[in-house]
Write a protein that binds this ligand. Structure first.
Ligand SMILES: Cc1cc2nc3c(=O)[nH]c(=O)nc-3n(C[C@H](O)[C@H](O)[C@H](O)COP(=O)(O)OP(=O)(O)OC[C@H]3O[C@@H](n4cnc5c(N)ncnc54)[C@H](O)[C@@H]3O)c2cc1C
Ligand code: FES
Ligand code: FES
Length: 484
């Protein structure tokens, strides 16, 4: 089905004849609406549209029952992403195409190849989780992803078991793509216009964002909403006025500039993982353990830093890589080392009206490793996350950066342990000395994720494991394995 986007002329300034309505399409049908910025896509689908195939389970991004597929333009290409509708606000969908389970069958109404495989291979019992699984598998099918376990890691099933669902994914993998998938390009806006309402703003570029935030310094910035979504659904917090920044093209880019990588604050974790896969394989593996496909498709690099969480996964990695943050207020930018951004628990170096624009990652010498310990492999927050970079020349440590999450009130560098390693031979004795020094750097707390003692022992063993992985394992005695 083809349909025309209503085109609203681009404005020259904020409030200058700017649109108040957002536009998107659901299962090929255009929608134009003036939303409450805190309405979630899940509520809109079920309550306003009567599309009750999309289920509500946890309402916090954990179970995948609400999974839908969102398609959008990335330059000339169209990207398809499974996302959790329960923690997506309607303005985040401006200009995009949404597919729900009601919109994926064949043109003649018969099940598509994923649905048929689910039936044939007995992949559903009570059926509550099934629409969510179908949407994850449909997205995986369109993306021709063969990492079936990853594709469904964000979907929980309490009665069928996952083996038949993985078999269904395998069976559908190389089947022809559904006919409706060819129409998606026409369902996405070719040009996305800015929207300004009395209680929310969708800027089209960085300049509009900077100007609006200066005038509205108390506004809630929303990027992927995988944190802010829960403020609305679980804590019933007021998030208005709200500024939705994830669609600003410049903030989503990852590019090489002046000999460093410049990562736009709104690059999603999925995009960042694809980049990391080429340059920092260990970081890519860490990101595989970050939430689920649905969470990574929405969550942004900037959101993971700006939220200031002591157990966010990216900050330790970025500290170890020597990253700098580019912050902007109005037309003034400043650059600070990422470690200085985290002042104390819940306190970041972010001024009113300021936003995180980009993250600069310099080239690094030597080796780099990331380790995450959580109770579950997938979809779980870290108890401890350790990231290490070391450069040894002629067997002597010349540069070292050791950073941890979960060990203090903020993500933090282990400066005493680093000092003990500099100028030392890169051997087991020096590493064991640095392991001891970690107790001078950190006094971790006990909480539901881990006890203080367990955190300390794990952090020490992560460092030992890094050493073992970088050198000959037989040189090391009594290695305690870090359990995933
Ligand atoms: C099910 C689930 C699993 C998760 N698993 C993990 C995990 O494994 N590891 C992990 O680290 N986290 C995890 N998270 C937490 C969350 O996904 C991350 O912190 C994510 O990176 C937040 O990014 P976002 O774009 O969604 O941020 P948002 O929710 O949009 O924003 C988060 C905070 O950052 C601010 N903000 C966002 N962008 C900017 C900016 N550019 N400038 C200034 N302020 C900004 C917002 O105002 C808000 O205060 C999980 C969350 C869920 C729901
Ligand atoms: S309802 Fe559980 S992830 Fe959305
Ligand atoms: S079939 Fe019952 S929860 Fe999955």
């Amino acid at each position: 089905m083809r349909w025309e986007w209503i085109t609203i002329p681009k404005s020259d300034g904020i409030g200058d004849a700017m649109a108040e309505h957002i536009e998107f399409s659901i299962n090929g049908t255009p929608v134009r609406t003036k939303p409450d910025p805190s309405t979630t896509l899940l509520d809109y689908l079920r309550i306003e549209q009567g599309l009750t195939g999309t289920k509500e389970g946890c309402n916090e991004g954990d179970c995948g029952a609400c999974t839908v597929m969102v398609s959008e333009r990335h330059g000339q290409k169209i990207g398809h992403s499974a996302v959790n509708a329960c923690i997506l606000f309607l303005p985040q969908l401006h200009g995009k195409s949404i597919r729900t389970v009601e919109g994926v069958s064949c043109t003649n109404g018969s099940p598509n190849c994923v649905q048929q495989a689910m039936v044939d291979l007995h992949a559903s019992q009570c059926g509550f989780c099934t629409p969510g699984f179908v949407m994850s598998l449909v997205s995986g099918h369109l993306n021709r992803s063969h990492s079936h376990n990853d594709v469904i890691a964000g979907n929980l099933c309490r009665c069928t078991g996952y083996a038949p669902i993985v078999r269904a994914a395998e069976a559908a993998f190389d089947q022809e793509l559904p006919a409706w998938s060819k129409d998606i390009a026409d369902e996405i806006a070719t040009e996305r216009y800015s929207v300004a309402s009395h209680d929310f703003f969708i800027p089209g570029n960085v300049e509009e964002l900077a100007t609006w935030l200066t005038a509205n310094p108390d506004a809630t910035i929303v990027a992927g909403a995988t944190d802010v979504g829960l403020w609305a659904t679980k804590q019933l917090r007021e998030i208005r006025p709200t500024c939705f920044i994830a669609g600003i093209p410049e903030l989503g880019r990852i590019q090489r500039q002046n000999g460093r990588w410049l990562v736009g604050a709104c690059a999603t974790l999925s995009k960042f993982r694809r980049f990391a896969g080429s340059y920092f394989p260990s970081l890519s593996e860490l990101i595989r353990r970050f939430g689920s496909v649905q969470v990574r498709n929405s969550a942004t690099v900037g959101g993971n830093i700006a939220n200031g969480s002591p157990i966010g996964d990216l900050p330790p990695a970025l500290i170890a890589l020597g990253a700098q943050l580019v912050l902007q207020r109005g037309n003034v930018t400043r650059t600070i080392p990422i470690g200085e951004f985290f002042i104390d628990y819940g306190k970041q170096d972010l001024l009113p009206g300021e936003f995180l624009r980009a993250i600069e990652i310099p080239d690094h010498k030597g080796t780099f490793g990331c380790y995450k310990l959580s109770k579950r492999f997938d979809q779980d927050i870290s108890a401890v996350c350790g990231c290490f970079r070391i450069w040894a020349e002629d067997g002597v440590v010349r540069e070292v950066r050791l950073a941890f999450g979960g060990m203090a009130a903020t993500p933090k560098q282990a400066k005493e342990a680093e000092k003990s390693l500099i100028g030392q031979p890169w051997n087991e004795a020096a590493v064991r000395c640095a392991m001891d020094k970690l107790s001078e750097d950190f006094s971790p707390i006990s909480d539901m994720r881990a006890s203080a003692d367990y955190r300390m022992e794990t952090a020490q063993n992560m460092l030992l494991r890094f050493f073992v992985e970088q050198t000959a394992p037989e040189e090391v005695t009594n290695v305690l394995e870090v359990q995933p």
